[in-house]
Design a binder for this molecule. Sequence first.
Ligand code: ASP
Length: 608
Amino acid sequence: MLRTHTCGELNMNYVGRDVTLSGWLQRSRDMGGLTFIDLRDRYGITQLVFNMEINPVLCEEARKLGREFVLSASGKVTERSNKNPRMTTGDIEIMVDSLTVLNVSKTPPFTIEDNTDGGEELRMKYRYLDLRRKVNKKNLELRHKMAIETRNYLNLQRFLEIETPYLIKSTPEGARDFVVPSRMNAGQFYALPQSPQTFKQLLMVAGFDRYYQIVRCFRDEDLRADRQPEFTQIDCEMAFVTQEDILNTFEGLAKHLFKSILNFDTEVFPRIPYETAIRLYGSDKPDLRFGMEFMELNEVAKGKGFRMFDDAELVAGINTQGCGEYSRKQLDELTDFVKKPQVGASALIYIRVAPDGSLKSSVDKFYSSEDLAVIALKFNAKPGDLILILAGKCNKTRSALSELRLEMGNRLGLRKPGHYKPLWVIDFPLLEWDEETNRYYAKHHPFTAPVPEDIRMIDQYLSHISDNKPVSTSLSEQNSGQIQVPVDLENVHANAYDLVINGVEIGGGSIRIHNKELQKKMLTVLGFSEEDAANQFGFLMNAFEYGAPPHGGIAFGFDRWTAIFAGADSIRDFIAFPKNNSGRDVMIDSPARIKDEQLKELGIKLVS
Ligand code: ASP
């Protein structure tokens, strides 16, 4: 045995015992007659002592060892005279009587400490060294615990963990596919799954009725800060269920994780319809750790001669309690904030409520104190409050106000770390109209079922296209009356839901279509020709002809959920070997060119 114990477990109970520890040299210190080495492994750090008087040869040898050398040391556990209460092993040290150097190490390119001196790119290149740092180790331990507890809960609920293939055909989840050329079928490609969506549905047709998998998914997207080309989902599906059953089952999973991992008790998760979330928070993933709901002001703000409000589709604001004393400078900062391109507002209007209740605004020219009082009353504003108002196009104003709300939440310390407010957002629209490509997209994915009462809208729409009448659902065209619109499919609701925690979408799912005809209709609405639909999804529609049970499911972003539980923003720190911002693994230097022979074998000719 190269060790009898780990570097994290010895304490006063072991004093007098002979032990052997193995690990990496974290730090060494020469103190005249004594040399100390901090030996580190996955479990902790233990101090080794070498005594010049007792064993000069060994002590000399110890002095020569460098950082990150791999050592195995044997000796007696002794009580320290100078205890370190911050270390779990801080009461003891090992008087070393024999030492083996298991391996030498070059000086690492950055310090293996909590506060390392290594930059991001360097640490990515030497990820195996970065992973030796305690923070990263803790992150992966948390991830492991999350996986275990997820499995514990789902197994108890009779879910089966079943693997689905990675070499498949496109599953549309809104990103591009990563493709893999097939040598045996030259000129043909597999796609890596964006999710196991179609396979889990087929498992329901097969009768497995409760499936899950902690599974890798691949999406070729432009990388935003918090995206990785490969990431992990807790992917689940159930048969013979309604939306209610799914929400209850997975609220149970969330509660179990909150309790078992964080010891955090959650209340019943609120269920907020999509439209309400958008109207009150300007977002389909609201942070409910604080209120500050939007108030729509069209009725009271328009018609007073203030152009910006009069021309706006929507005038809306928030009341920030206790900010009435904001200085000119602070208000200017907020104005700069809302004008940032990412936020996109053109101006910020404010109304202050002074301690005596009097109102002062940035638009006093247009609004009498009575007018302002009407607005303040809508917010139920109190002395010391500050009302912040934005105006413009409806969607843009809502999303800018959402950013402002979050900013004010941050400034006022209302987004408390360690506090969690999970909720369900329900009743999503089934479809989204895209002005640029002039077509509908599935808001969730093409397999999501419309609510039954809205199916007739789809039928009306389809009969309209089959009559070859011009079809447009773009609102601007509708309003200008240029084209007669049979039906606006953006009003069709889906049986779809998202789990949101603290302003982050953690997961989403839906009740699925399980009927071939309806699935065909949906694909037609999405612009698939009959042939394309059959080519891409024929296998699924055929399966629906052999007794597909009603089913539905959900998938959670596992990396993201872990990050949220650690109070972190980025998922990258919770993945052992992540890619950088350009989708590269800089450690193994991938993606990389392949040899000409390989290309030839695959029947691939590069154009450039
Ligand atoms: N496959 C979906 C996704 O990846 C989740 C689901 O509908 O179950 O978002």
